[in-house]
Write a protein that binds this ligand. Structure first.
Ligand code: FES
Length: 280
């Protein structure tokens, strides 16, 4: 009779330690980079998150060798490093593809088509959530809200945005990635591989020509709320879902979106009855 989880073949996702060492030349190079990262912080243990990105940039995921390296450099226990590396979803714990294709299936994206995109990609690529295509190019995964709801449904590839996607556009995009064709995000810097992205997340500069300039800022749709909060009243084209049409006049005022049965909490009790179509 066996009792331990390993004897029963139950994996707990924990790394086996001690780990094999990096080759000497790799270790020397990573130590130089690690010291540069550690010097940015008053307390060396604060460097753990970028250090995990650094080791991820070396092997494409956080290996037990990478965790041992972080522990050595930061004077932490491997248990402390493991606790952090297994908590955050940006750290991959198994070999994965050059392109991490994350489909947002959080509430808004899901209802706007994210669920359909994820299903279409699963079928098209023949992989499930967290799985990688046989050519090692694409890893598909569900992701949570990426604060780009105004461009829903959103797909992220190596953390670059692909806005307003459809099942067809997403399938074309992964086909291009697998074929080695150039793929451009909707906004942000040009796409690079997961390892290259991990190095930037470790805090090293993107040295490609024009990459920094291309990074840009938030899209216009994202900034509407900020402009309103600053007192501006930009001409917003708000189309009522029941009465609106392509020939409606633009409306300049902020629209009251309270549901008739759930008046805004800012209303007085006297006026808390059902609102009409103009929000009165
Ligand atoms: S719900 Fe998808 S980006 Fe917010």
């Amino acid at each position: 009779m066996t009792n331990s989880s390993s004897e029963r073949g139950v994996g707990l996702g924990m790394p086996q330690l001690p780990a094999p060492a990096y080759p000497d030349d790799v270790r020397a190079r990573l130590e130089r980079d690690a010291r540069e990262i550690i010097d940015r912080y008053p307390d060396s243990r604060s460097a753990l998150l970028p250090m995990l990105h650094l080791v991820q940039s070396e092997e494409g995921h956080v290996t037990r060798t990478g965790m041992q390296f972080c522990a050595d450099m930061l004077d932490l226990t491997t248990a402390e490093v493991t606790a952090v590396a297994t908590f955050y979803t940006m750290y991959r714990r198994k070999p994965s593809g050059d392109y991490q294709v994350g489909v947002c299936t959080n509430t808004l994206c899901a209802v706007m088509g994210g669920d359909a995109i994820f299903s279409a990609l699963q079928e098209h690529l023949g992989v499930g959530n967290g799985e990688t295509t046989g050519d090692g190019k694409v890893t598909l995964e569900h992701i949570e809200c990426n604060a780009a709801c105004d461009f829903a449904p959103v797909v992220m590839v190596n953390w670059e945005f692909f806005d307003d996607q459809t099942p067809e556009s997403a399938k074309r995009m992964v086909d291009d990635l697998r074929a080695g064709r150039q793929v451009e995000p909707t906004r942000g810097a040009p796409l690079c591989t997961f390892k290259e992205t991990a190095r930037m997340l470790a805090g090293f500069p993107d040295e490609r020509d024009g990459a920094v300039e291309a990074t840009g800022g938030a899209g216009p749709a994202s900034l509407v709320g900020l402009r309103l909060a600053k007192g501006e009243t930009p001409a917003a084209r708000v189309v009522h879902p029941r009465h609106g049409g392509p020939h409606d006049e633009p409306q300049d005022a902020v629209q009251d979106t309270s549901a008739p049965d759930h008046p805004s909490p800012n209303r007085t009790s006297d006026s808390a009855g059902p609102v009409d179509e103009e929000g009165q």
